[in-house]
Design a protein around this ligand. Structure first.
Ligand code: SF4
Length: 234
């Protein structure tokens, strides 16, 4: 099995925002199996990494006792074959680990949870079944993989993950969000469902998307009796 020498695009040394109630750093893996039109990280998705595992582990040695956790983000970190072994090293150093993921490698995610290599996960529910291809520019296989991950998490990891959707109204309408809410209800999701508005950044996206002319009409979003819905930046 080939393991890349420099799988990591960048390291953010400190954040208070990305891992709830923790001081953390963020490790941005390069490479992704999706091509979301609104993606703010084209360099990460398409480019090669610049840092090795050793670069990150040396940094974590120096921060020992000063940071609580490590956020593993990207790109899509679960594309990296060496991820479980890398996380073993981080866990041995005593850090808590949060994974940000699009959920398309269900076996890897199951392995990471069941071997205590991650403590928490943010799962991107990219789009309803109807809009998944348009948003992610991938096909049915990744949708099925995502659904497997969601089913596994809802059945086995309650309280250890959250679901979130980034909304650009050129790509997702209120009925897509309602379809996602219904799917989460069917699967007995019990965390908070976060909806975050797309915000335009000057440095470009994979699809050259401009800001939304009209944001989501939250009045048209159905309520759930099973979980809380939280809106960010609406
Ligand atoms: S927004 Fe889409 S293309 Fe960009 S890193 Fe996330 S999953 Fe990959």
């Amino acid at each position: 099995m080939m393991i890349q020498d420099t799988p990591i695009h960048a390291l953010t040394p400190f954040t208070l925002l990305d891992y709830k109630d923790r001081t953390a750093c963020i490790v941005w893996f390069s490479g992704c199996n999706m091509r979301c039109a609104y993606c703010h990280n084209p360099d990460i998705v398409l480019g090669n990494g610049t840092k090795s595992e050793e670069d990150v582990l040396e940094f974590l040695e120096r921060r020992s006792g000063l940071l609580d956790g490590v956020v593993i983000s990207g790109g899509e970190a679960t594309c990296y074959k060496g991820l479980p072994a890398f996380l073993e090293k981080i866990k041995r150093m005593g850090y808590e680990v949060k994974l940000d993921s699009n959920g398309t490698y269900p076996n890897t995610i199951k392995y990471l949870f069941e071997n205590h290599l991650i403590d928490y996960m943010a799962l991107d529910y990219k789009a309803s079944a109807c809009a998944f291809q348009k948003v992610t520019r991938t096909g049915r296989r990744l949708w099925n993989n995502f659904q497997n991950t969601l089913e596994y998490l809802c059945a086995n990891q309650k309280g250890k993950f959250e679901v979130r959707t980034t909304v650009h109204t050129d790509l997702l309408k209120e009925q897509d969000i309602n379809a996602i809410i219904s799917d989460l209800e069917e699967k007995n999701y019990s965390g908070t469902y976060y909806l975050q508005a797309y915000t335009h950044k000057e440095d470009g996206t994979l699809g050259h998307m401009l800001d939304q002319v009209k944001v989501l009409d939250t009045e048209l979003i159905q309520e759930s009796r099973k979980f809380r819905i939280d809106y960010r930046n609406f």
